[in-house]
Write a protein that binds this ligand. Structure first.
Ligand code: ADP
Ligand code: MG
Length: 728
């Protein structure tokens, strides 16, 4: 049996940091060179075509066919000049990755040759085979067709020799089969709802944008070692591996300098990202060994999300050039911090105001409080669907473990804002306030900006934390499409803002002054959503008990968490705002249940294979060596052998114990899978996998990890944790 682990070391010794050249000295000189952005549109499109596109981007108007032809022609000319030979509709099916189908820019001409061609029709719409993407029952075979449609709001870009056109992906019956379509609808809903509320404070606000700044955490593993770990290659995480004698105890990775080979990977990654107009700003080491993070400057949510998906793809490509593999899995190594993707989220207006940044005057501060309070209320009301939006087989390893936000959704506001909300909650209604009380409250509200300046409270254990001018949804997983969380959050906030406005308007109609009406509704919302506010340590057990007393939900099981899709409050919210219909929601839940089942199924298969084909034979081999040794000693020394054989006799026994346990458990796991596999209903099947199959993964691993400590190092076939985590 070839030992791939040993072979990998030879490659490791040869590794050197690659020399990387940036496109130009100044980033601004080449930033966005591969993006068909506004300046390029202006250059390559006719005046009319340009105007039509800009109008479509800014105001959502449609582009007529003739002008679309003009846009396609200009886009093609630019793309060909920049080395593109193909074009592709780039979309986001409900898998963990993006999809693309490449077509060449060619058509037959009249004399048997070809010409480069690209029409408005091909730009606007394409028909990939929808049957190979998850659809949760929406796409029965008779309606297997789906189509992709151009998302004008996100610019086309070139990867390699392909012009990529961001698109939504929908079935012929109109249901969304992707993440982008509902995200655009959710962003539209929150825009409308927030503009309505902003109008109380500033009549000039006509458009509200949702912003997203993601922080992408990841691990790097040497390519050769990765190749010798079938579990990493097939499941994205290690299904076995004894912890390294040293890992993150000394907390020496975070502030250490970035290793040279990693640094050159990062420089090339950034270089490529800048060409694509992705504004990467930050890079650093993370807590765990070989764990890193990168983050851009925040952007409008839809674009930011496209950029995150692009970068996840780009990372893999660039890493391979540098002899690395990127692990985006939420928990690649047991016992070591996993990876998340904090979603920094805010709303801002066309007048340049970030609605979660304290205002410059009392009116602005009232607006700030209005948005904070409504957001907190929305998170309180929709805690379950927010959790479901980030929950899956991978991320469940982080949530509820003491390293990532817990499976309880709570919100951190910091001492000063909490004080302010308490003050409002406990004040008498503004109508009955004495002039002194009124002045004092106004003074307090007016002081918000100063207070916040001195109080940059941080809480690393909260799933939803206020961080000065935004909220940070920290529970999102590193491999996730952020859209899932962003659809839920933006829709929840949109729903609440609509409701808030209705209530305020009703009070105004009853004769209250606007300010008083706003104040009264805020006061009510603060009281109702108080239980979701928590500034303490989200990792400790007392919080679990406290949260239960407060009536907050705490769900660590994936199938249970996904039940939130079926809640009346979820269906009502999504359908009322036109983001997802009931059928679309159900199909999404089905897809999630199926993904969960399949992930556990694959892990179980891979673990079974590795256990029986790699680990048991290795253990037997080593055991045989021990037996031979003991036999030899006995032959030479007779009864004296026992003393001479030390612990070896015991080890022979111990190895047998682990081998039998592994064999038995793998057999039982296969049986459990067979039983679960015949269950028709997708949800029931997921529950069966969770309950009857998943526990074996840990159980079998335990025995393997014990064997790893016993078996001779040179025989062990899989790279060990210390090797995976410290080679860079
Ligand atoms: P941290 O200290 O949490 O690591 P960073 O300063 O690195 O925070 O910022 C994290 C992300 O938050 C960045 O992408 C940044 O652009 C983004 N961000 C900053 N302000 C806002 C905002 N108002 N809305 C959305 N994202 C923001
Ligand atoms: Mg952060």
């Amino acid at each position: 049996m070839a030992n791939f682990r040993m072979a990998a070391f030879d490659k490791l010794l040869e590794r050197k940091p690659l020399e990387v050249k940036r496109e130009a000295d100044l980033t601004s000189d080449y930033y966005g060179m591969l993006v068909f952005d506004r300046p390029k549109m202006q250059k390559y499109l006719s005046k009319d075509a340009y105007k039509a596109v800009i109008d479509a981007i800014d105001n959502g108007t449609t582009i007529d066919r003739k002008l679309a032809d003009g846009v396609a022609t200009g886009m093609k000319a630019w793309a060909i000049e920049n080395g593109a030979t193909h074009y592709s509709h780039w979309f986001q099916p409900l898998t963990d990755a993006t999809a693309e189908k490449h077509d060449a820019f060619i058509e037959h001409n009249d004399n048997g040759g070809v010409v480069e061609a690209f029409s408005g029709k091909l730009l606007a719409q394409q028909e990939p085979d929808a049957s190979s993407f998850p659809s949760g029952g929406i796409r029965q075979t008779f309606e297997a067709r789906g189509y992709t449609a151009w998302d004008v709001s996100s610019p086309a870009f070139i990867v390699g020799t392909t012009l990529c056109i961001p698109t939504i992906f929908i079935s012929y019956t109109g249901e969304a089969l992707d993440y982008k379509a509902p995200l655009l609808k959710a962003l539209n809903a929150v825009d409308k709802a927030a503009v309505g509320v902003c109008q109380y404070f500033d009549k000039d606000v006509t458009k509200v944008y949702a912003n997203l700044g993601w922080e992408q955490e990841y691990f790097l593993v040497d390519e050769a070692l990765y190749q010798a770990r079938p579990d990493l290659a097939l499941t994205g995480r290690t299904l076995m591996g004894h912890s390294s004698a040293k890992d993150q105890q000394l907390e020496d990775h975070y502030f250490a300098s970035i290793p040279e080979r990693v640094a050159s990977f990062m420089i090339e990654l950034e270089n490529e990202a800048y060409k694509l107009g992705i504004p990467i700003k930050t890079r650093h080491n993370e807590v765990a060994p070989n764990q890193f993070e990168l983050a851009p400057i925040y952007e409008e949510c839809n674009l930011a999300n496209d950029h995150n998906l692009m970068i996840m793809d780009l990372m893999q490509k660039v890493a391979r050039k540098h002899g690395f593999r990127v692990l985006l899995h939420e928990k690649p190594f047991s016992g070591i911090n996993g990876s998340g993707k904090h979603n920094n989220w805010s709303l801002s207006t066309n007048t340049g105001v970030v609605l979660y940044a304290p205002g410059k005057n009392p009116k602005g501060n009232m607006q700030f409080l209005t948005f904070v309070v409504n957001t907190i209320y929305a998170v309180y009301k929709h805690q379950d669907i927010l959790r479901a939006s980030i929950m899956n087989a991978n991320n469940s390893h982080r949530l509820g473990a003491n390293e990532a936000p817990p499976a309880i959704i709570s919100a951190f506001l910091g001492t000063e804002i909490n004080k302010m909300l308490d003050l409002i909650e406990n004040s008498v209604s503004e109508k009955k306030m004495s002039p002194e009380e009124k002045t004092s409250l106004k003074l307090n509200i007016g002081r918000i900006p100063e207070i916040l300046l001195d109080n940059t409270d941080r809480n690393r254990t909260s799933p939803f934390a206020f961080t000065g001018n935004r909220f940070e949804f920290r529970a999102v997983g590193s491999s996730a499409n952020c859209a899932s969380a962003m659809i839920a959050l933006n829709t929840a906030v949109a729903e609440q803002l609509v409701e808030f406005k209705n209530e305020v308007d009703e009070l105004i109609e009853k004769g209250l002054k606007k300010d008083e009406a706003i104040f009264q509704v805020l006061k009510k919302l603060i009281g109702l959503s108080k239980v979701i506010r928590f500034d303490g340590n989200g990792y400790c057990d007392e919080w679990k008990q406290e949260a239960a007393r407060r009536g907050l939900t705490n769900v660590t099981s994936v199938p249970e968490a996904l039940e939130a899709y079926y809640l009346p409050s979820t269906i009502d919210m999504f359908s009322k705002l036109g983001v997802l219909s009931e059928r679309e929601i159900e199909s999404r839940a089905e897809v999630e249940y199926e993904k969960f089942t399949k992930k556990i199924q694959i892990e179980a298969r891979v673990l079974g294979d590795l256990a029986i084909n790699h680990i048991v034979p290795t253990a037997v081999k080593y055991q045989t060596t021990l037996i031979d040794n003991v036999k030899g000693l006995k032959e030479i020394f007779g009864d004296e052998y026992k003393k001479l054989a030390g612990t070896r006799v015991e080890l022979i026994n111990e190895i047998s114990g682990h081998i039998s346990a592994i064999e038995e458990k793998v057999f039982n796991m296969v049986e459990a899978r067979k039983k679960a596999n015949v269950i028709e209903n997708g949800k029931d099947k997921a529950y069966a996998y969770d309950r009857d199959v998943r526990p074996y993964l840990e159980d079998i691993r335990d025995h393997i990890d014990k064997l790893e400590l016993i078996v001779e190092d040179e025989l062990w076939p899989l790279p060990k944790y210390r090797e995976l985590l410290f080679n860079r």
